[in-house]
Design a protein around this ligand. Structure first.
Ligand SMILES: NC(=O)c1ccc[n+]([C@@H]2O[C@H](COP(=O)([O-])OP(=O)(O)OC[C@H]3O[C@@H](n4cnc5c(N)ncnc54)[C@H](OP(=O)(O)O)[C@@H]3O)[C@@H](O)[C@H]2O)c1
Ligand SMILES: [Zn+2]
Ligand SMILES: [Zn+2]
Length: 349
């Protein structure tokens, strides 16, 4: 493959600085790196950790992007033979690798490595024509069949948005036919509705307004609840509550309003990263309902394989709006304003 001398990448130079585009020189991959030609890179709400400077110890300049689909260009000399080969379809997610030495790693919980390397946050990510990825990060071979009737752009959001909600739902104990409430219909939420419906749950989807009602139903929601007009928790309680509550809204104020929708013995999973304060929950609610409140973070490369496989088998698909790299700032601002239905994705020829 003929390589350019440099490639274009989105760059954030300081918290809340205007997005810029830079030229990054092409170099040989380091011994444990995979060098990838990026084809699509989804803009996750978590990119705001870079823009707002909210990640501890973040250094600039930084290229975000942790929902990446591309093809292998070359591998470092330390990458085990056969692990990745040129031209192979790969995806890259949030998890940026692990140290192998901390107590989490030594317990096999690599996703919680104390160094917390994160793609697009502690190391440069996929909003670029090419990217270098440590081989022990969440970089995963994807089957070519994943591209059947699916574009690179539609595949990319599965690497974070999809993986996160797929794992959160699949790891919750429920019986087929149980009620599930999905709160927040954005990048994560629109995939969560599809997964929950395909997993046999009766899905109620709630938004901060009425505009996504038809889309929510077309994605598999049994019903859409407009939180601006209805007390969602009260509404769900009258139905007996939801065994599975999945909160994707990036807002503690919004999440607090749906916590009491949980049914007896139900599980509330919060995946939204709230930037407006803390979640407040009544101990009585948890006690009397024997309910569980927990969080969930992304997943490993093996989880990504499973998520992509399930999405292919169950026809779960991201709804995307494609943007060029030059239009990144517009795509990002549109995401912050809640515009996308449902994921803005940067695509590369
Ligand atoms: N735990 C993890 O591993 C993980 C992984 C990825 C992302 N995240 C986090 O999950 C959250 C959702 O990410 P996303 O990419 O799906 O975001 P997104 O595409 O921007 O969607 C968020 C949705 O939440 C709803 N919402 C309700 N109240 C809101 C408020 N006050 N401000 C903004 N949105 C509000 C909106 O949907 P309605 O119109 O339906 O109300 C909005 O579309 C973010 O906090 C992100 O950082 C966590
Ligand atoms: Zn993400
Ligand atoms: Zn570690």
């Amino acid at each position: 493959m003929a390589l350019p001398a440099s490639y274009k990448a989105v760059s954030c130079t300081a918290p809340r600085a205007p997005w810029t585009t830079v030229q990054v020189p092409v170099r040989a991959p380091a011994p444990h790196e995979v060098f990838i030609k990026v084809h699509a890179s989804g803009i996750c709400n978590s990119d705001h950790f870079v823009y707002q400077g909210l990640w501890p110890g973040l250094s600039y300049p930084r290229t975000p992007g942790h929902e990446v689909v591309g093809r292998v260009v070359s591998v470092g000399e330390g990458v085990p033979a056969g692990r990745f080969s040129e031209g192979e379809l790969v995806g890259v997610g949030w998890n940026g690798g692990y140290c192998g030495a901390c107590s989490a790693c030594r317990e096999g919980e690599f996703w919680d490595c104390e160094k917390h390397p994160v793609t697009g946050i502690t190391q440069d990510g996929g909003h670029a024509e090419y990217m270098y990825v440590p081989v022990n990060a969440a970089v995963v071979k994807l089957p070519e069949e994943a591209l059947e009737n699916t574009t690179y752009a539609e595949l990319a959001p599965l690497l974070c948005a999809g993986l996160t909600v797929f794992g959160a739902l699949a790891s919750t104990r429920y019986s087929p036919g149980d009620v599930c409430l999905v709160q927040g219909i954005g990048g994560l939420g629109h995939l969560a509705i599809q997964y929950a419906a395909r997993m046999g749950l009766k899905v109620y989807a709630t938004s901060s307004g009425p505009s996504k009602a038809d889309l929510a139903r077309s994605l598999g929601a049994h019903e859409h609840i407009d939180a601006s007009a209805v007390d969602v928790a009260e509404y769900m309680s009258k139905l007996g509550g939801a065994k599975v509550v999945l909160c994707t809204a990036p807002s503690a104020a919004a999440i607090n309003k749906v916590l009491t929708a949980v049914a007896r013995g139900g599980v509330i999973t919060v995946v939204g990263a709230a930037s407006d304060g803390n979640i407040q929950v009544s101990s009585l609610l948890l006690n009397l309902k024997r309910a569980t409140l927990r969080g969930w973070a992304c997943g490993t490369s093996v989880d990504a394989e499973q998520c992509v496989r399930f999405s292919h088998l169950a026809h779960v698909k991201s709804m995307v709006n494609e943007y060029k790299l030059e239009d990144f700032a517009e795509a990002y601002e549109n995401m912050v304003a809640g515009g996308p239905k449902f994921r803005n994705v940067i695509v590369f020829p």
